[in-house]
Design a protein around this ligand. Structure first.
Ligand code: MN
Length: 250
């Protein structure tokens, strides 16, 4: 099995190295990842300048672009064919609730889906950012990669996986979930630069909410969360509402 591995934390991130080691038990892994961190780059493409590929080691390459660029370049140029599976991660930090809209990790997997390749994004909740351990999340990624390859999702679907910050043996299992809701507090912080001018930094600590069937609830309870996502963002519930007023005179 040929596996394309990417991420949004960059090719040197410890999460992607752990994923590579674990996925090598599943198939032949090609790492094609951004040359620097691209977190929250969403599904952006680089169109205003050329992209360069750097060979770092055997089957490990970087691209000076976004996660989406990496998957496109990997499939069209580096591999020259579709891999059997695209895996993105393991990301440093969760991608739950509305995180999936901003996430470069999810976007890399989603680009695989756009290209018709089974795909999975894997993110790990971090309680200690200074001593993260990705081994358990990487093992979970390998477990689920085997299943996803054997039982692919329908066209247009991908799997978004979030792993709690626990040793592998303490993870209670896998729950299939829907995306919950994220609330960020202090989203834009104002500070003063050394010349006395204000500057602004987007950030803040997320808080999540949602029922027992949500990604947040699963991870908070010690389970791996596996959420199937779909490319079709049509709000089917609103079709009739919009149809009911769109033809009416204002
Ligand atoms: Mn990231």
């Amino acid at each position: 099995m040929l596996i394309l591995l990417s991420n949004d934390d960059g090719v040197w991130a410890p999460g992607i190295a752990a994923a590579r080691a674990a996925l090598e038990q599943v198939g032949e892994v090609w790492t094609v990842a951004p040359d620097r961190e691209q977190s929250a780059s969403s599904h952006s493409l680089t169109l205003q300048r050329p992209l360069r590929i750097h060979h770092i080691a055997d089957r490990i390459l970087s691209v000076d672009g976004t996660p989406t660029d990496c998957v496109l370049v990997a499939v069209n140029q580096i591999l020259g064919r579709k891999p059997d599976l695209v895996v993105s991660g393991v990301n440093a930090g969760q991608n739950m609730g509305e995180d999936v809209i901003y996430s470069g990790t999810v976007a890399a997997a989603m680009e695989g889906t756009v290209l018709g390749i089974p795909a999975m994004a894997v993110s790990k909740m971090l309680t200690d950012r200074h001593h993260p351990d990705y081994a358990a999340a990487a093992r979970v990624a390998a477990d689920l990669a085997r299943r996803l390859a054997d039982w692919p999702l329908p066209p247009g679907s991908l799997l978004n996986v979030n792993v709690p910050d626990l040793p592998y043996d303490e993870i209670k299992g896998v729950k299939v979930t829907r995306t919950g809701t994220r609330v960020y507090r202090d989203v834009v912080v104002e500070k003063i630069d050394p010349r006395g001018r204000p500057y602004y930094w987007v950030g803040g600590a997320p808080e999540f909410s949602g029922g027992e069937d949500t990604d947040w609830h699963a991870v908070d309870s010690g389970y791996v969360s596996a959420t199937p996502l779909h490319l079709d963002m049509t709000d089917h519930r609103s079709l009739e509402t919009v149809r009911s007023w769109v033809g009416k005179p204002s």
